[in-house]
Design a protein around this ligand. Structure first.
Ligand SMILES: C[S@@+](CC[C@H](N)C(=O)[O-])C[C@H]1O[C@@H](n2cnc3c(N)ncnc32)[C@H](O)[C@@H]1O
Length: 229
C-alpha cells in the first residue's frame, strides 16, 4: 500500500468534499445500501474510509462494522457522530479477526480492493472475509474496468500510479495545495473469478454499473459473490 501518514491526513481532510462530486453520482451508495437491506445485516465494510457509504446504512439501524487501517479516515468518520450500532475497527483488511461467521454482507466500496497490490494480499483479504461471513453470506466490491489507454504504467505488475492534487480555496484565495500519490492494482474479470473460487466464493453477478446492468468492460466492474460450502 502506497499511502504514508501525511498522505492519509491530506486525503482524509478533503475526502468527503471531493468524493461527493466524483463518486456519489455513480449510485454506489444506493447499490450497497440495497444489498445491506436485502441481506438484513450485520454488515462489514472493508476500507470504509470516512463512512461515505457505510454511515447512511448504519443510520437505518442495520448493525454495521467499519474497518480501515487509516486512523485519519476513521477520525473523520467519528467526527460525524455515528450511531451506536456502528462499530469502528482500525486494522488492515488483509488480517483482521472480528469473530467468525458473523456477517451477512461484507463489501469494499470505491476501489478498496485495488489497494491490494499483490496476489498474496488479495487472497489474504478474501480468505479473511470468507471466514467472517455467515453461511451463504454475500461479498461485494467494485474495481474499475481496465481501460487499455490508462493501464500503461506497470503492465507487468498490473499496477497504476494515480496522482491527486488537493487545492483548498476560500473567498477566491488558495489556502492550501497538497499532492498525494497512490498505487492501484487493476484486474481482468476472469482473474477475479479465479481469486474468488480459490477462497470459497461463487460469483453471483458481475455488473458494469450500479444500476445492475451486465458487465460491459466500460467503466465499472462490480462483483457480487456468495460464500460457498
Ligand atoms: C478510496 S477510499 C474508499 C473509502 C470508502 N470505501 C468509500 O467508498 O468512500 C480507500 C480506503 O481504503 C483504505 N485502505 C487502503 N488499504 C487498506 C488496507 N490494506 N486495509 C484497510 N484499509 C485500507 C484507505 O485508508 C481508505 O480509507
Amino acid at each position: 500500500m502506497a499511502y504514508d501518514e501525511t498522505d492519509q491526513r491530506a486525503i482524509a481532510r478533503s475526502y468527503d468534499a471531493e468524493y461527493a462530486v466524483i463518486r456519489d453520482p455513480s449510485g454506489d451508495r444506493a447499490f450497497y445500501a440495497d444489498l445491506a437491506r436485502e441481506t438484513g445485516g450485520p454488515v462489514l465494510e472493508l476500507a470504509c474510509g470516512t463512512g461515505r457509504v457505510l454511515l447512511p446504512i448504519a443510520r437505518e439501524g442495520i448493525p454495521c462494522v467499519g474497518l480501515d487501517h487509516s486512523p485519519a479516515m476513521l477520525d473523520v468518520l467519528r467526527s460525524k457522530d455515528p450511531p451506536p450500532n456502528l462499530e469502528l475497527v482500525e486494522a488492515p483488511m488483509t488480517d483482521f479477526n472480528l469473530g467468525a461467521g458473523r456477517f451477512r454482507l461484507i463489501y469494499a466500496a470505491f476501489r478498496g480492493f485495488q489497494h491490494l497490490l499483490s496476489v498474496d494480499e488479495q487472497l489474504a483479504t478474501l480468505a479473511c472475509a470468507r471466514r467472517h461471513l455467515a453461511p451463504g453470506g454475500l461479498l461485494a466490491f467494485d474495481v474499475f474496468a481496465a481501460d487499455p489507454a490508462r493501464i500503461a504504467n506497470d503492465r507487468a505488475a498490473q499496477v497504476m500510479r494515480v496522482r491527486f492534487r488537493h487545492e483548498r480555496w476560500r473567498a477566491g484565495v488558495k489556502v492550501s495545495d497538497e499532492a498525494t500519490e497512490i498505487e492501484m492494482r487493476w484486474f481482468w474479470r476472469f482473474e477475479l473469478e479465479h481469486l474468488l473460487v480459490r477462497t470459497g466464493f461463487a460469483l453471483e453477478a458481475m455488473y458494469g454499473g450500479f444500476d445492475r446492468r451486465p458487465y460491459d468492460a466500460k467503466k465499472e466492474m462490480i462483483v457480487v459473490a456468495r460464500a460457498t460450502g
